[in-house]
Design a protein around this ligand. Structure first.
Ligand code: AVI
Length: 322
């Protein structure tokens, strides 16, 4: 008699990333309220959808931050010491950093990103465009500890963390990241950070619930990914995208709300949903300049300068280590 063997429906079982994804989804759907970490948004389709979000009329952060960096490029360049090494956390497409690199004569640029093929491609493209610049890509999860290239060990370092990605961290995680960045960049380090500001809730809610439904698709794509990679049977049409502003916590919350009572299977496990019950998929914290100063000082940084746009919707902070 042959044993009944359950064949893997997705990736090999020894794939660490796959097992971590499954463990996080199972733990998140077992919790009350249900949650799934936002880092899982970014499969290939999710990354494309995020790029599409940044082009929607309602999603102001990307274009507002770019306008600040462009308008203040000379002042920001003056904040970067001569011969410094610029380290970008979660470098992605290297779009915004080009504004700084065009304005500041740095000794080397270290883009740090977890997505190896994409990072190497982007770094090679930048090297071709700026042949005089030393580009030293580092493949790493920038929230964990990793070594910087030995070539830049003694140079003064300036970190760059645009996009208000810090807003997707819980405040204690944001503090931990700022501490970790300070330790990594070393004595005399500086940090240039993009942070979304607290503002009228209508503007915020529209930015996370665009009329064309791109953000809704981005949120629902998480379920599509879980179906594909974890052998789940989420019916995407049975959930809707919900974005709300939580005033007390000054954060946008994104949820996937169940349209009906239903049961979903993930890798052979069952999860029951009540009608209206949600999976909390993302927080996007907004900071007043004062709140951000407090956060930074709790992590050993002092805000030296803050640049904003005329509507005061977004801030670029220049930090020095205390
Ligand atoms: C990547 N991050 C800063 C975005 C934000 O605004 O929190 C992610 C996002 N989620 C929905 N729209 C954009």
């Amino acid at each position: 008699m042959t044993a009944h063997v359950r064949l893997p429906r997705t990736l090999p079982v020894d794939d660490t990333a796959h097992r971590a994804f499954l463990a996080d989804v199972v733990a998140g759907l077992s919790a009350d309220p249900k949650t799934i970490p936002p880092k899982y948004f970014y499969d290939e389709r999710g990354s494309q959808l995020f790029e599409a979000i940044t082009r929607t009329p309602e999603y102001y952060p990307t274009r507002t931050e770019t306008s600040i960096l462009t308008a203040r490029a000379a002042e920001i360049a003056a904040f970067i010491p001569q011969d410094a090494v610029l380290v970008e956390f979660g470098a992605g497409a290297l779009t915004k950093v080009r504004i700084l690199l065009d304005a500041a004569p740095v000794r080397a640029f270290v883009p740090v990103d977890i997505s190896e093929a994409f990072l190497r491609g982007q770094a090679a493209r930048l090297s071709r465009e700026m042949p005089g610049l030393q580009v030293l890509p580092v493949v790493a999860d920038f929230t964990a500890s990793f070594p910087l290239p030995a070539e830049v060990a003694t140079a003064p370092k300036v970190g760059f963390f645009p996009g208000s990605t810090i807003g997707n961290f819980e405040p204690h995680e944001a503090t931990a990241f700022l501490r970790h960045a300070g330790a990594l960049l070393g004595p005399g380090a500086r940090l240039i950070l993009g942070v979304d500001l607290v503002k009228d809730s209508d503007v915020l809610v529209a930015a996370y619930n665009d009329a064309a439904g791109v953000t809704a698709e981005f949120n629902l794509n998480l379920l599509r990914r879980i179906n594909r990679e974890l052998g789940a049977n989420f019916d995407l049409s049975a959930f809707w995208h919900r974005a709300v502003y939580n005033r007390e916590q000054h954060r946008i919350e994104m949820h996937l709300a169940s349209k009906a009572r239903q049961r979903v299977r993930v890798d052979g496990r069952c999860f029951d949903f009540r009608r209206g019950e949600t999976i909390h998929t993302e927080n996007s914290y907004k900071y007043t300049p004062d709140l951000f100063r407090t956060l930074a000082s709790g992590a050993g940084w002092r805000v030296a300068t803050t640049w904003t746009d005329p509507q005061k919707w977004f801030a670029v902070h220049a930090l020095v280590r205390d």
